[in-house]
Design a protein around this ligand. Structure first.
Ligand code: F6P
Length: 364
């Protein structure tokens, strides 16, 4: 087994509250327990492609536990296996993975901790097969990564969304309106489900349960009959009507995953106004859910994941992703997240509980 002397750490994909807490945990354990040198890789795979590595001192990772974003920067448009470069007036896609491997070896990085979502970890799995020693740390506010029961950032996103639902509740009540809160969640409705339940949303719409306008209008009508003149709808950006499609806001052609969702709440608001005759307003929370300081739960989880990543490297266990499974911290093969998203099961206990207290999921 090669003796580890120097490691690299990178954050890739969309940023996520708690990323700095992971960086801090990795760097501190590596420096203090093993006396390894730690290099930060700037702006995700972009920095690996361009060789932008900077040595981290203990002071660089001190005081960042509570900080949102990532001190290393990130990118979700630089895929080493399909790197977009300018050619003439257009662009072409190139495989620059060999350059990444060369840069890592030239810098003498014996192992890498790559913190990212499905895209980053999918690429990491390929680089691992190509010979780099990699440990992955799962990261997404959407909480939909396969192989792990929980991702850091999710708890913070749920807290932000819940506070928004709480605030919109009072204004909805004053104006007797339908208030729609659109939250992130392209493929899975974890944020909508948790924030919807925590904020007492009357209707929760998630990608896993296609809705009908009639079912939503019926719930609003029923509430009015019961003297409740307002209704709160919490909708995931990836929710769609039965037999319908998601609402696409734009395409980012330079991204490996070019579709950006957004706006389904506005579409639904117009439809509900027409159908119910009641005024509707929509708020899209967007990147607010990804910003700011992580919650206590996320700081704790991020610290555990980062510390565990270093333990795996010290043990020579590469090609693995740290995971939360059955309440404990363990690891799974690095290619597991690429096998598909972790969706909300239709019989999830929280769905069952929410239905039992009268919450509608727009399906019945
Ligand atoms: O994967 C996390 C996520 O927050 C999605 O819910 C959202 O659709 C996407 O990232 C937006 O990414 P960006 O705007 O940074 O490209």
């Amino acid at each position: 087994m090669t003796k580890i002397k120097r490691i690299g750490i990178m954050t890739g994909g969309g940023d996520c509250p708690g990323s700095n807490a992971v960086i801090r945990a990795v760097a501190k354990r590596a420096m203090f327990e093993h006396e390894w040198e730690v290099f930060g890789i700037e702006d995700g795979y972009e920095g690996m492609i361009k060789g932008r590595f900077r040595k981290l001192a203990a002071s660089d990772v001190s005081g960042i536990l509570t900080l949102g974003g990532t001190i290393l920067g990130t990118s979700n448009t630089s895929d080493p296996y399909a790197y977009i470069v300018k050619r003439g007036k257009g662009t072409v896609s190139r495989d620059v993975s060999a350059q990444v491997i060369r840069n890592v070896r030239a810098k003498g990085l014996d192992a890498l901790v790559l913190i990212g979502g499905d895209g980053t970890l999918h690429t990491a799995a390929h680089l691992s097969e190509a010979g780099l020693r990699i440990v992955g740390v799962p990261k997404t506010i959407d909480n939909d990564l396969g192989g792990t029961d929980l991702t850091f950032g999710f708890d913070t996103a749920v807290s932000v969304a819940t506070e928004a639902v709480d605030r919109l509740h009072t204004t909805a009540q004053s104006h007797h309106r339908i208030m729609i809160v659109e939250v992130m969640g392209r493929r899975a409705g974890w944020i909508a489900l948790y924030a919807g339940v925590a904020g007492g949303g009357d209707i929760i719409l998630i990608p896993e349960i296609p809705y009908t306008l009639e079912a939503i209008a019926a719930k609003i009508h029923f509430r009015r009959m019961c003297g409740k003149k307002f209704s709160i709808v919490v909708i995931a950006e990836g929710a769609k009507p039965k037999g319908g499609e998601v609402v696409v806001k734009k395409r980012v052609e330079t991204s490996a995953d070019p579709i950006r969702l957004g706006g389904v709440g506005f579409v639904l608001g117009d439809q509900l106004e027409r159908l119910t005759g009641q005024e509707a307003r929509c708020v899209v929370l967007g990147h607010l859910q990804r910003g700011g300081s992580p919650t206590a739960a996320d700081r704790i989880l991020a610290t555990q994941l980062g510390a565990e990543a270093v333990r795996l490297i010290a043990n020579g266990e590469f090609g693995r992703m740290i995971a939360v499974r059955g309440g404990g911290i363990s690891s799974v093969p690095l290619d597991v997240p690429a096998m598909g998203p972790r969706l909300v099961p239709l019989d999830h206990p929280l769905i069952v509980a929410a239905r039992s207290v009268g919450t509608s999921f727009g399906d019945e």
